[in-house]
Design a protein around this ligand. Structure first.
Ligand code: NAD
Ligand code: MG
Length: 386
């Protein structure tokens, strides 16, 4: 029985926070890891190659790829270089491609996996924010499943199992931890340090998503992600701040019955569910002890202070390339903040200005998304200079 679930996986972004946790799950389930990829962290990738013995390893940074080739010359792993190498891993013959690359760099590999007919376990939310329409259409055409890894979307996906009549779904309620600055006002946030923004109360994650959680752009991006994954309208999605991150999200049905998925905040549950779907297996994650928490709280988001939420909602309501522009402008602004070149509150300001500067059509091609990415990054840069 177990053999049937010995899946063959390609793990894109294996050196990141999700990637490392996915390898823990893969090890536990004795999955066959066919390929691993990273951007430039070849030290960690080399250790992973020695442990998991993948057929392929891809490094998107060409120089780092060359160095890795030398380091693992004694192994049987073939090292592929550049973004094309990562795409090759996405196209390989596997049961599931887990995309845990951060940012827009995940888009082309997602499309490559779909094109090759591979099931995608998707952590890379930026893929759907930037090009949700194209990605979902390509997946439908190829009859490829996109399985959510993001904890909120996994919760919704779990809650709607066996209830696939979309007409029964009235509303999705995404929970948000609120990040490290919930309760603070703009005047207190003007000069926050990178260090304090990186201190997430409940989750340990990569730097970009941790800052996105502090600005609450993360929840805005997740709203857009949910629109595409579950084929609902933006107005059918509500956001509730839930500081404990125990209720991972909820679905309200036509009769006002609400189903939720709960668990301790640990990404290994949604990662494993996406990799073993539709089966469930034991996991190393701690059991939920509700009495340990005592009380679970729910509050309204502060839309005025954390502008990211409203900007993302506007972008998806406007449609076309506006979500792509917001996604790329946020990615650029988030990085500038991490480099100390932009203030915390300025992140939302430059993203909003970029959205306002864009002229978009409703129907778009992949090239339009890539052009919008370039436009948005340049626009953010130009705003910083002035
Ligand atoms: P991370 O920064 O820890 O890891 C990112 C991975 O992507 C690394 O392996 C890195 O080498 C690779 N990468 C970076 N730039 C690349 C490029 N240009 N080309 C190819 N590969 C590149 O990020 P993370 O926290 O693991 O998040 C990954 C994705 O999962 C993000 O989209 C994030 O929003 C989503 N996600 C993460 C969490 C979490 O708990 N970390 C939860 C939900 C969703
Ligand atoms: Mg999430």
């Amino acid at each position: 029985m177990k053999e049937e679930y010995r899946k063959k996986i390609a793990l894109l972004g294996s050196t990141g926070s999700i990637g490392l946790q996915a390898l823990e799950v893969a090890k536990l389930r004795s999955f066959d890891v066919l390929s691993l990829t990273a951007h430039s962290n070849i030290k960690v990738l080399e250790a992973q190659i020695r442990e998991f013995k993948p057929k392929y390893a891809a490094v998107s940074d060409e120089k780092a790829a060359k160095d890795l080739k030398v380091k693992v010359a004694d192994t049987k792993t073939k090292v592929l270089a550049g973004p094309e190498g990562v795409m090759q891993c996405a196209r390989a013959d596997v049961d599931v491609v887990l995309n845990s690359i951060v940012g827009m760099a995940g888009l082309l590999p997602t499309l490559a996996a779909i094109e090759a007919g591979n099931t995608v376990a998707l952590a890379n939310k930026e893929t759907l924010v930037a090009a949700g329409d194209l990605v979902m259409k390509a997946a439908a055409q190829k009859e490829v499943a996109i399985l959510p890894v993001d904890s909120e979307h996994s919760a919704i996906f779990q809650a709607i199992q066996g209830k696939n009549d979309k007409a029964m779904i009235k509303r999705l309620i995404l929970t948000a931890s609120g990040g490290p600055f919930f309760g603070k006002k703009a005047s207190e946030l003007r000069t926050v340090s990178l260090e304090s923004a990186l201190k997430h109360p409940n989750w340990s994650m990569g730097a970009k998503i941790t800052i996105d959680s502090a600005t609450m752009f993360n929840k805005g991006l997740e709203l857009i992600e949910a629109v595409w994954l579950f084929d609902v309208l933006p107005r059918q999605i509500d956001i509730v701040v839930h500081r404990q991150s125990v209720v991972h999200s909820l679905v309200e049905f036509t009769d006002n019955s609400v189903l939720a998925q709960l668990g301790v905040p640990d990404m290994r549950i949604p990662i494993q569910y996406a990799l073993t779907y539709p089966r469930r297996f034991e996991s190393p994650v701690k059991q939920l002890d509700l009495c340990e928490y005592g009380k679970l709280t729910f509050e309204k988001p502060d839309y005025e202070t954390f502008r990211g939420l409203e900007i993302c909602r506007q972008a998806i309501e406007k449609g076309g390339l506006y979500p792509a522009a917001v996604n790329s402008a946020n990615e650029a602004a988030n990085e500038l903040f991490r480099q100390g070149k932009l203030g915390f509150l300025e992140i939302a300001q430059v993203v909003e200005k970029t959205m306002q500067a864009l002229e978009s059509k409703q129907d778009y091609s992949l090239q339009d998304v890539l052009d919008t990415d370039e436009f948005s990054r340049q626009y953010v840069k130009s705003l910083i200079k002035n």
